[in-house]
Design a protein around this ligand. Structure first.
Ligand code: URA
Length: 245
């Protein structure tokens, strides 16, 4: 086979793969970030490279439990002195799907667990509707401490806290991340898009496929957003099933 024939064979293979994915309506995740060039859905090497630049002890944690112990007394920003509890995250330490919210609210701060208030109850219901239990997934936030009066995370708080999320993801090695809400989506992607635009695409976060959908608190304010949220979650679940089988 000459070079041209070989190239055509590869191109037609890629084409039929894309057609197959489209037929199944399996989302195709396009790498958006310059730093993510691994092309693999499960590869955490990009995250690990990023973590290598962080010269802190927690980077060496061997498990999520160990990581929690290492970071739970964090005072790297002022939220360390206003929080009641550090909210590490909860769920299955081998989860294939990780839900990432913005920051703990009052209920979460009081209980030390993410998504336990009204929005959390709705998240549990949404999970149930797509055939998942809260215990099967991992749930966390970008910020581990509650911002006073639930204000949006500030850039310097995100800078301090995001490496903790990276380490969680490096240990979890999820197959997909679902960001809950515009702020979580924009903070992860370092953009300032509307949620409508964020929902139009599939992304990757340092090499891990990322879907962005409505925050459950937003659905509580506008129940019409429940249907599109379920569509996004089903898309994520379908992708998960496709890459797992
Ligand atoms: N909203 C979030 O973004 N996270 C929580 O844990 C609770 C509410």
């Amino acid at each position: 086979m000459n070079q041209n024939e070989e190239l055509n064979r590869i191109l037609s293979g890629i084409e039929s793969l894309l057609v197959h994915q489209k037929e199944l309506e399996v989302p195709i995740f396009i790498s958006d970030s310059e730093e993510s060039d691994s092309g693999s859905s499960f590869d955490t090497s990009v995250i690990d490279e990023k973590l290598n630049q962080v010269k802190e002890e927690f980077v060496d944690a061997k498990s999520l439990t160990e990581l929690d112990i290492m970071i739970c007394n964090c005072h790297k920003c002022e939220l360390g002195s206003t929080r009641k509890n550090f909210v590490f995250g909860v769920g299955n330490h081998s989860a294939e799907i990780v839900f990432v919210g913005e920051a703990p609210g009052a209920d979460e701060d009081a209980q030390g667990e993410p998504f336990v208030g009204r929005a959390g109850k709705l998240l549990n219901e949404l999970l149930k509707e797509i055939g998942l239990k809260r215990e099967e997934v991992f749930i966390c936030n970008i910020l581990k401490c509650r911002p006073p009066n639930n204000r949006d995370p500030l850039p310097h708080e995100v800078d301090k806290c995001e490496p903790y999320l990276l380490k969680q993801l490096s240990l979890l090695k999820p197959k997909i991340i679902v960001a809950l809400g515009r702020i979580a989506g924009n903070t992860l992607l370092k953009t300032s898009e509307t949620l409508t635009n964020l929902r139009k695409e599939n992304y990757d976060y340092y090499g891990i496929p990322l879907v962005i959908t409505f925050h459950p608190a937003a659905i509580l304010r506008n129940p019409h957003w429940k249907t599109p949220t379920l569509e996004d979650l089903k898309k994520a679940k379908l992708y998960l099933e496709e890459v797992t089988n």
